[in-house]
Write a protein that binds this ligand. Structure first.
Ligand code: C5P
Length: 230
């Protein structure tokens, strides 16, 4: 049975992305196409991947520019009609607002503080708050501007939920099953803990795509998630 997981299709070529899509489709609800695949293969990547799956499409372009440019970017991908499209919350109220107006059929997902950023990195880029406070503030601003989903660390889900309510979809990368390498992720949690905290959709890449047996990894994690939800 499918679990609320968005598999990050960060593949070295389109054939591999399509192969992963085919293999994980029975176990995950969503496929996330991000910068690596989209910038190399463009829009044709989406149609090819769609041909291999019945999963929802999550276009992770993390848009961050002036409102007019983001409006134009949204216009450019409107025909793809993804279920989700990411923008950076730090692009501000007006940028998020124009994105949600331009693609009303798509859920605008605001990325708060990247899970690869720790307290030290956050201070270096000029934030005075700790990651949780910064993420909560960005989430509130984004929802007020029209975002209908938020990307945050699983460690921030419960605090953000208190501020944005139950209707907003909380999406968490930084998922690492016990014993799996963190790679560049800093603010992580296991799939079980993320779900227990109230995450609605888990973004998972390397713990599945880097496994020796992708099907087994996807099946195992999806069963762990569904067990918590049942
Ligand atoms: O599970 P893994 O670390 O491989 O997941 C990486 C994926 O999660 C990448 O596609 C990256 O763009 C995405 N990500 C994200 N937001 C973050 C951190 C990672 O969308 N805060």
């Amino acid at each position: 049975m499918k679990a609320p997981i968005a598999l990050a299709l960060d593949a070295p070529d389109l054939d591999t992305a399509c192969d992963w899509a085919l293999k994980v489709t029975p176990f995950v609800s969503t496929l996330k196409i991000g910068l690596e695949t989209y910038l190399r293969d463009g829009k044709s990547a989406i149609s090819k991947i769609k041909a291999n799956t019945d999963c929802e499409i999550f276009l992770d372009l993390k848009l961050h520019d002036i409102p007019a440019t983001v409006r134009g970017a949204c216009k450019s991908i409107k025909d793809l009609n993804p279920k989700y499209l990411t923008v950076h919350a730090s692009g501000g109220t007006e940028m998020i607002k124009v994105a949600s107006q331009e693609v009303p059929e798509t859920l605008i997902v605001a990325v708060t503080i990247l899970t690869s950023i720790d307290q030290k990195n956050l201070s270096q880029i000029g934030f005075k708050d700790d990651p949780i406070t910064a993420a909560v503030n960005l989430a509130k601003l984004s929802v007020a501007a029209g975002a209908r989903a938020i990307v945050c660390s699983p460690q921030e889900v419960s605090e953000i939920r208190k501020s944005v309510g139950s209707e907003i979809i909380l999406i968490t990368p930084g998922i690492r099953p016990l014993g799996i390498e963190a790679n560049d992720q800093q603010r992580t949690a296991t799939p079980e803990d993320a779900i227990k905290a109230g995450a609605d959709l888990l973004v998972i890449g390397r713990p599945i795509t880097g496994a020796k047996d992708i099907v087994l990894a996807a099946k195992t994690i999806s069963e762990q998630v569904n067990k918590i939800l049942s």
